[in-house]
Design a protein. Structure first.
Length: 260
């Protein structure tokens, strides 16, 4: 299905750019954007009208200037799509866009909203400005898609941790059922408390890896003894947080010597 979207021309901002990006990412429709004059009166050719028209109905018209809920057109479209609870980090980003656009809190110099503003060209009435608008939408889609994929892989990581088991029957060493870069979010949390090491088989590299988890997410403090150098290991990081063994037997023997 093709949706014809109207928004205003000339200078563009993060709210309508993000609104268009959200529609392109979270619907299966082909989104065609028409950037039209602010004083346009006939909106009958368009399926949705964003950040223009002096109308808001939550269905076709999304001019946030007529809505007193503190949301920009980005927030109104995000609410319309209904994914606010599924992607909390995206919702937080949209809230920043809303707050900046409606005058609650000014965006910082290198914050998302100001980066979007950088895509405007000096000739705001030129065809180049429409090209820059599409570039801004592509940028917004890259950011939002990355956040969506992160959220989805984070959700999948919880299932991987639930399916994992104890390595060599050691209750302090967790072996991942399959590798996920997000295991640290759940290890030593409610799912798996008191884990001192995490092990997994890397079938692509044909070896076994072990990592000592941090005491909490984002910390460099290890929640266990630092790994020591050993000639039987393929690699041991100088900080002691990570090591590689050639095979499972070597990993078992190494971790026994480490007294984890």
């Amino acid at each position: 299905m093709t949706l014809n979207i109207a928004t205003h021309n000339k200078i563009f901002h993060a709210d309508e750019v993000t609104a268009v990006a959200l529609l392109r990412l979270f619907t299966e429709d082909e989104i065609i954007v028409h950037r039209i004059d602010h004083d346009t009166e006939d909106f009958s050719p368009y399926d949705m009208v964003i950040d223009i028209s002096k109308k808001f109905d939550g269905d076709k018209y999304f001019d946030h200037h007529q809505n007193k809920g503190g949301k920009s057109s980005a927030g109104l479209i995000w609410e319309y799509l209904g994914f606010e609870e599924d992607y909390p980090k995206i919702s937080k980003l949209i809230r920043l866009v809303d707050d900046n656009d409606v005058g609650i809190q000014r965006a910082k110099p290198f914050e998302y909203s100001n980066l979007i503003k950088c895509f405007n060209c000096s000739k705001i009435n030129s065809p180049e400005q429409d090209i820059q608008f599409e570039k801004a939408v592509d940028f917004a889609m890259t950011v939002l898609n990355s956040m969506a994929e992160f959220a989805e892989s984070l959700h999948a990581a919880k299932d991987i941790i639930r399916d994992s088991f104890m390595f060599d029957d050691n209750p302090r060493i967790l072996e991942l059922s399959e590798f996920t870069p997000h295991w640290a979010t759940y290890v030593n949390a409610k799912l798996t408390p008191n884990i001192k090491a995490v092990v997994w088989e890397d079938k692509e590299d044909n070896n076994w890896k072990v990592r000592i988890p941090a005491v909490r997410s984002g910390s460099f403090e290890l929640h266990g003894k630092a790994l020591l150098a050993d000639d039987t290991m393929k690699f041991v990081h100088s900080s002691g947080h990570f090591a590689i063994a050639n095979d499972e037997k070597s990993m078992i023997e190494y971790l026994i010597k480490q007294k984890i």
